[in-house]
Design a protein around this ligand. Structure first.
Ligand code: C5P
Length: 247
């Protein structure tokens, strides 16, 4: 039996390439190299603040599945409005910080529903638990949350589910725990992915792509290991190959 929750033909569509570039030009070069592979693309703050909603609309017109990763964290009224604007772009996934609390998340869900163009599917609404660059010491001593990362992630995941979110962002290491407390259908989107032998950089709670899927991740987010590779297409193909052989 396949250890993953999806068919081997769908691996590319479960890989979200983080287009963390300063301009559209670099992003276009990168996705040009990945053309035809069927990967999901993730637009985060760096590219969005430089290129704006027009570029997101263009990616959708070009047929990409788009995760708009703007990590909303504001008062409920503003979060509702932000989500309405994002959903109106026709993107497939949006997110916010669970730390904004239940009222903010419920308002965000209303905004997503309100903004979704008629006759289309609403974007999945995902909550960031603890950033994969955060370790326990930073969470305890700087952010001021006591206990283990796992306790916090489990608590945040349950809260997100109660508030009507579709899933959470977390480290792949926390996926079994999240599935345990929220059930198998609650989605997990996992950054902090490093193929064997690549640079960890600023991330802390990392795993390889194949381990992330074996742990039950629904989507993996991969940035620099693909986008900064000497040959991004080869880097992606190697990752997919290793995932296939780990099945
Ligand atoms: O280059 P790298 O693979 O570390 O990029 C990870 C991407 O995932 C970045 O775009 C980052 O903003 C995003 N992300 C993350 N941790 C989260 C949520 C999003 O690293 N918890």
């Amino acid at each position: 039996m396949n250890r993953f929750t999806f068919s081997p033909d769908d691996i590319a569509s479960r890989i979200m390439v983080a287009l963390d570039f300063p301009h559209v030009k670099e992003a276009e070069t990168c996705i040009g190299l990945l053309a035809g592979t069927g990967v999901y693309v993730k637009v985060g703050m760096q590219l969005y603040y430089a290129a704006g909603p027009e570029y997101v609309t263009r990616l959708k017109q070009e047929g990409y599945a788009v995760f708009l990763d703007l990590k909303v964290h504001d008062i409920p009224n503003t979060a509702r409005g932000a989500m309405q604007s994002m959903a109106s772009l026709g993107v497939d996934m949006v997110n916010l910080h669970v730390a904004g609390g239940r009222k903010m998340m419920e308002a965000a869900r209303e905004g997503v529903e309100k903004g979704t163009p008629a006759g289309t599917r609403r974007p999945l609404l995902i909550g960031v638990t603890q950033l994969t660059s955060t370790d326990r010491a930073a969470m305890n001593n700087e952010i001021g949350i006591a206990g283990s990362i796992e306790d916090c992630v489990a608590r945040y995941a349950r809260l997100a589910q109660k508030a009507g979110l579709d899933g959470v962002v977390a480290s792949p290491k926390e996926v079994p725990l999240i599935k345990d407390v929220c059930g198998p259908d609650f989605l997990t989107v996992t950054p902090g992915i490093r193929p064997r032998g690549s640079d960890i950089g600023d991330q802390h709670r990392v795993t390889t792509p194949e381990d992330a899927f074996s742990l039950g991740s629904d989507y993996v987010v991969i940035g620099r290991a693909i986008t900064q590779a000497p040959d991004p297409r080869k880097a992606l193909d190697d990752i997919i190959q290793r995932i296939r052989s780990a099945e």
